[in-house]
Design a protein around this ligand. Sequence first.
Ligand code: NAD
Length: 257
Amino acid sequence: MTLTGKTAIITGSNSGIGLGIARELAKAGADVVLNSFSDNDEDHAIAKEIADETGTNTRYIQADMSKGDQCRALVEKAGACDILINNAGIQHVSGIDEFPTEKWDAIIAINMSSAFHTTAAALPMMRKAGWGRVINIASAHGLTASPYKSAYVAAKHGVVGLTKVTALETAQEPITANAICPGYVMTPLVEAQIPDTMEKYNMDRETAIKEVMLTRQPSKEFATTEQMGGTAVFLCSDAAAQITGTTISVDGGWTAL
Ligand code: NAD
């Protein structure tokens, strides 16, 4: 399929799943806008590398997804938004009674509220263009819960709810809104959870990965960023034009348990 001529904005895409999705959308022809809160040479170099490899107008725009006005400014600066991938996310692992309020606020802002702001800014552009795809990167934790991840689970359930409302408000237009719900994908965000998990369960690295992190992933394999990208490309295809307001799990069987 070709996404030539389409502009795709991917929040939080200088690493991990967002970068994997950027590579697959650019391979399919989309001009991708990469984003994160940082603004260094490496960020722009990744965008240039993808642009050179794919012949697309892929570029990097800095914006902090914890701030509503910057979320909206990202979309405005991009100038067009046919495909919006709300992917930026952070994690903090702690019991509710010890959960730092500033971590709660940051996770709700970056993982959930940013999707509201970018969607609000992008929908008028999609309506004007007569085509649009909103793809929210939720999580298996948007459908199920785990202890010690209160803010993350709350934010991801919120993202699934926002996805449904976006789909209903655009149901009679050529715009769809869906959420991808990954299980565990090996990225920096997952890597950062390993020390906390080892400490909390008093386990070595290998045991913490197999017995705690992948205990709910029946395949016992991490999903890949390429698989997330492939799922996003599918949701942009004509075959997916009537898929809206739903979740697609890419979780090795997690939510079948
Ligand atoms: P990651 O840490 O590699 O990527 C997170 C991205 O968000 C980075 O590009 C980071 O720079 C960006 N980001 C963080 N704070 C930001 C801010 N304030 N403004 C702009 N960008 C910001 O992690 P990842 O695993 O690739 O996670 C990407 C998304 O996928 C997240 O929403 C995460 O919750 C979700 N997810 C990941 C997994 C997994 O196993 N890795 C599973 C389910 C869902």
